[in-house]
Write a protein that binds this ligand. Structure first.
Ligand SMILES: NC(=O)C1=CN([C@@H]2O[C@H](COP(=O)(O)OP(=O)(O)OC[C@H]3O[C@@H](n4cnc5c(N)ncnc54)[C@H](OP(=O)(O)O)[C@@H]3O)[C@@H](O)[C@H]2O)C=CC1
Ligand SMILES: CC1=C(/C=C/C(C)=C/C=C/C(C)=C/C=O)C(C)(C)CCC1
Length: 336
């Protein structure tokens, strides 16, 4: 027992030293590719799902700084309005471009309610978007839920598969017309390298026979990638591109369903502070795929740290991707 305690303390000490090295010696924010020049997104409308927390919030802040009109598609209006207020204050404090300056105006923030665990909510959201929004230049399918206890969505889907894949599947399909009329436009899908541990079990997509929260998360992230590749194939020639990414391991609220004993929680917090990316660092690849001229016309690719990354063969299986697409259309009720 003594050895384990010493080991844990040494790990904590090592983490603390690393923290000092990372946080106080290196650059305060690791922006890859310079993070884009101010005004780059002026005149562009971007929709980000789950933009009130973690990566989505950081992505919104970065694109706002680049001059975009950012629509936050969030399920809880109070949390979304609170995040929007903080983002607006941060932009002012950061001395965003002066309105009318040659660097272009700072962006605009809009909050709209969207619950990806409810197909009714997704349809209502898209109806409002199509009525109110003249254009949509970038859709960022960011929202996600990680290793929650077994729950079902309003429509009876396993929660992680329903929110992370099916909700975004319907959302994207209902907004495709607006994206096409706004071309050149982009779709960015936030997946995870944990896709490697997933498989698409077509016999039990809602895990009614057995539920493993880790496998279900990985399945939903594999579905994100298969969806991206099939969508890219279907969008060939439309000037609408779609790419998928892994943000890295990032200190956000995603781990909210992980139950850590109170006594070791401070150690986990220290480890996450020392070794996890900050949300701004984790958001860089989403921002890059949403805004960089370097990837204009690139579609169907998987990225990490703003660079293309090789996929496992199971994530490139076109027949599985097509079968998942067809079944997803039936599950969300997209009429042919
Ligand atoms: N953090 C990490 O290490 C990694 C994260 N990712 C991915 O990054 C993405 C963002 O997660 P992250 O920022 O880390 O986690 P957070 O939990 O901080 O943010 C998740 C966001 O998704 C929203 N969300 C959850 N369920 C729904 C729903 N039913 N309808 C609408 N929005 C919903 C949350 O809203 P609310 O605040 O109301 O819960 C929140 O805004 C996810 O897709 C995740 O899989 C991938 C790899 C690693
Ligand atoms: C940050 C943090 C935690 C861990 C979060 C984790 C481990 C999230 C991992 C998410 C991954 C790996 C997603 C991949 O797609 C704890 C321990 C809950 C509590 C302390 C703060």
């Amino acid at each position: 027992m003594a050895i384990a305690t010493v080991a844990a303390l040494l790990a904590a000490l090592g983490g603390a030293l690393w923290l000092a090295a990372r946080r106080f010696v290196g650059p305060s924010v690791q922006r890859l590719h310079g993070g884009g020049k101010s005004g780059l997104m002026h005149g562009k409308t971007v929709l980000i799902t789950g933009a009130n927390s973690g990566l989505g919030r950081a992505t919104a802040a970065e694109l706002l700084r680049l001059g975009a009109r950012v629509i936050m598609g969030c399920r809880d209006r109070d949390r979304a309005e609170e995040a929007a207020g903080q983002l607006r204050r941060e932009l002012c404090q950061a001395g965003g471009p002066e309105p009318g300056s040659d660097a272009g105006e700072a962006g605009e923030l809009v909050v709209k309610e969207l619950d990806l665990a409810s197909l009714r909510s997704v349809r209502a959201f898209c109806q409002e978007m199509l009525q109110e929004e003249p254009r949509l230049d970038v859709l960022i399918n960011n929202a996600g839920i990680f290793q929650c206890p077994y729950m079902k969505t309003e429509d009876g889907f396993e929660m992680q598969f329903g929110v992370n894949h099916l909700g975004h599947f319907l959302l994207t399909n209902l907004l495709l017309g607006l994206l096409k009329s706004s071309a050149p436009s982009r779709i960015v899908v936030v997946s995870s390298k944990l896709y490697k541990y997933g498989d698409i079990n077509f016999e039990d997509l809602n895990s009614e026979q057995s539920y493993n929260k880790s496998f279900c998360y990985s399945r939903s992230k594999l579905a994100n990638i298969l969806f991206t590749r099939e969508l890219a194939r279907r969008l060939e020639g439309t000037n609408v591109t779609v790419n998928v990414l892994h943000p890295g391991i990032v200190r956000t609220n995603l781990g909210r369903h992980i139950h850590i004993p109170l006594l070791v929680k401070p150690l986990f917090n220290l480890v996450s502070w020392a070794f996890f990316k900050t949300p701004v660092e984790g958001a860089q690849t989403s921002v890059y795929l949403a805004s960089s001229p370097e990837v204009e016309g690139v579609s169907g690719k998987y990225f990490g740290d703003c660079k293309e990354v090789e996929l496992l063969p199971k994530a490139m299986d076109e027949s599985v991707a097509r079968k998942l697409w067809d079944i997803s259309e039936v599950m969300v009720g997209i009429l042919k």
